[in-house]
Write a protein that binds this ligand. Structure first.
Ligand SMILES: Nc1ncnc2c1ncn2[C@@H]1O[C@H](COP(=O)(O)OP(=O)(O)OP(=O)(O)O)[C@@H](O)[C@H]1O
Ligand SMILES: [Mg+2]
Length: 276
């Protein structure tokens, strides 16, 4: 049988978010398999299913992995993980791989949003996180899509089709939803309301970005990066170009897998664990 050195064995990273769970299986520079599934009500089960799906695509089983690193709010629910690392570290690490020299990461997920600034060596210099309130998160857009009776996936193109955005004055999701319902009742076109909602998210992120200091180039991660309307609103507000990777929801899991590879290498060469 072929001898496989410890540092070349496959590793995996898993991001258990409030809405979606992703796993990336990596060997060296190559992604062998990945999966993206809804987290649902049972993060422990989501973690199991996500790992199995990614391993199946890679044609591997758990015992082949040299290291599994879990991240995301549900990382405590990954009993088969060797290490747990914060989302900030993982998103920064994944972004660095996708956009070398990245200065800022904007991650907008289901229940929180973060702006992370990296120093020139790629380490996290500062970050700010909004996890207190749904405004400025994917949840906000989900509530509004329901109120507007528009599929979530169509918000982006509808918002972009509007010549202008209607200002949404409420910062709170519940009040903003009532505002949207009354704008609809007054006969305002949906696209203009949607564009206004995207602009209100951009305004909230701008406040966060000002606190950490925005350093280009900027990469956006998390599911809301799939919404081109939000991305364009952010570009206009922040006056900066924003790179969106083809699979923005995978950035945290990719970062976790890259950290797993580093840890496996350290341990393979006699190094101990590291607290991050
Ligand atoms: N195709 C899409 N079009 C528009 N929005 C999308 C799309 N896919 C996902 N989203 C948005 O992404 C959000 C989920 O993002 P993501 O999967 O990054 O969250 P999460 O990592 O589970 O959450 P968190 O990091 O807050 O715990 C949804 O709330 C939704 O608004
Ligand atoms: Mg997330």
């Amino acid at each position: 049988m072929r001898h496989v050195a410890a540092q070349t064995r496959p590793v995996a990273g898993m991001d258990i978010g409030s809405l979606s769970t992703e796993t990336v299986v990596l060997q060296g520079d190559r992604v062998l398999g990945s999966s993206l599934l809804p987290t649902g009500a049972d993060p422990r089960r989501a973690a199991e299913r996500s790992l199995e799906a990614a391993l199946e695509k890679a044609g591997l089983c758990r015992s082949h992995l040299a290291m599994l690193v879990a991240t995301g709010y549900g990382r405590v629910s990954a009993p088969r993980a060797d290490e747990r690392v914060t989302e900030i570290t993982c998103h920064a690490r994944g972004a660095r791989r996708l956009l070398p020299g990245v200065g800022t990461v904007i991650d907008i997920g289901g229940q929180d949003s973060k702006v992370i600034r990296l120093d020139p060596s790629g380490r996290v210099a500062d970050f700010v996180m909004n996890d207190r309130c749904a405004a400025g998160t994917g949840r906000f857009l989900e509530v509004m899509a329901r109120a507007l009776e528009v599929p979530l996936e169509e918000l982006g193109s509808l918002g972009l089709s509007a010549p202008r955005g209607l200002p949404i004055s409420s910062l709170c999701t519940v009040f903003a939803e009532s505002e949207v319902v009354s704008l609809l009742a007054q006969g305002h076109p949906r696209p203009e309301i949607i564009r206004g909602l995207h602009e209100s998210i951009a305004q909230r992120i701008q406040g966060m970005a000002e606190r950490v200091g925005l350093a280009p180039p900027v990469l956006m991660s998390g599911g809301v990066a799939n919404n081109r309307g939000v991305v364009e609103a952010l570009k206009a507000r922040l006056r900066v170009d924003i790179a969106v990777p083809p699979e923005p929801q995978m950035v945290g899991a990719l970062g976790a897998a890259l950290l797993a590879a580093e840890m496996a290498e350290e341990r393979g060469s006699g190094g101990g664990g590291r607290t991050r």
